[in-house]
Design a protein. Structure first.
Length: 297
């Protein structure tokens, strides 16, 4: 049985840990509110822009200027944008992204990976560390994005992927991130970033087939300005989703850790009381035994 001093030390240690996890939960709750407001404001804009992007891409099919919709006959080189976080203590938040990327490589890009033609662009320090340990090639590190999340800070990551696709350095670019659903639930999303996927348009009115689309100011200018901006917004939305999901995951993990610390404290205090009672009983028995020995003399 552990000594009273050891049990007291463990009680003090667990109490300090419980205070830390409780404080981290409160901090994550405050940050989650702001992150949730940001993503809820961004979602309608990003979804509408994504729809416009898909329709515009189908309307400009075959255009030489529409570089981001060009499908390669053979996919040899692949880039995967993996959005994780800079900090841990968020449960399986980062591990789920790493597992999803590895599973995607094994199932979809096994031959390319065997030839060393699968590369990862990491947004978040935890992803960078994990993929380096696994020996997965990483081209860029954008760990500083989460220090101050803004469109200008996220844009270089999107531009790097877009430039690589246009230069035929990569034949396909995928995006993997955690989508925020609620505090306790994060959904791992895997999307094709480039080339732009064309969404089928359902036509219910035959007259709609005869619509003559007018591009204002011009088709070329729209392609040059709107499509790149839409792609950058798509990456920015993924980062905002991941940021909100991270705080939700950390809040849940710290709440569970606080509860576990409370249960452990109960057990330790019970052990402490039992140990203390045993020590007192032992001392009483020794005193009684000594008194009887003196009386016998």
């Amino acid at each position: 049985m552990a000594s009273l001093k050891e049990v007291r030390g463990r009680i003090t240690s667990v109490s300090s840990t419980q205070q830390i996890t409780k404080a981290m939960k409160m901090v994550s709750a405050a940050k989650l509110r702001r992150a949730q407001d940001n993503i809820l404001r961004m979602r309608p804009y990003a979804q509408r822009l994504s729809g416009i992007l898909a329709n515009l891409s189908s309307q400009t099919e075959g255009s030489e200027n529409n570089m981001y919709s060009a499908k390669r006959e053979v996919v040899n080189n692949v880039l995967i944008i993996a959005v994780t976080s800079d900090r841990g203590l968020a449960g399986a938040f980062n591990a789920n992204i790493v597992k999803a990327v590895v599973a995607r490589i094994d199932s979809k890009y096994r031959s390319q990976a065997a030839a060393g033609h699968v590369t990862v662009l990491t947004i978040g320090k935890k992803g960078l560390d994990a993929f380096k340990k696994r020996g997965v090639p990483v081209i860029e590190d954008y760990s500083n994005v989460f220090a101050t999340i803004s469109f200008d800070n996220v844009r270089p990551a999107a531009e790097r992927a877009m430039a690589g696709f246009v230069a035929r350095e990569y034949d396909q670019v995928d995006l993997v991130y955690n989508e925020f659903k609620n505090v306790a639930t994060q959904i791992v999303r895997q999307e094709q970033f480039l080339p732009i996927e064309e969404k089928p348009v359902e036509v219910t009115d035959k007259a709609a087939l005869l619509v003559d689309y007018t591009f204002e100011p011009s088709k070329e200018q729209i392609i040059e300005e709107l499509i790149p901006k839409s792609l950058k917004i798509q990456v920015y939305k993924a980062v905002l989703e991941s940021n909100a999901a991270e705080h939700g995951a950390r809040m849940t993990a710290m709440d569970k850790a606080t509860e576990n610390a409370g249960e452990l404290l109960k057990q330790l205090k019970l052990t402490y009381n039992r140990t203390r009672q045993a020590a007192i009983t032992k001392e009483i028995l020794e005193i009684v035994g000594g008194a009887e020995a003196l009386a016998a003399k």
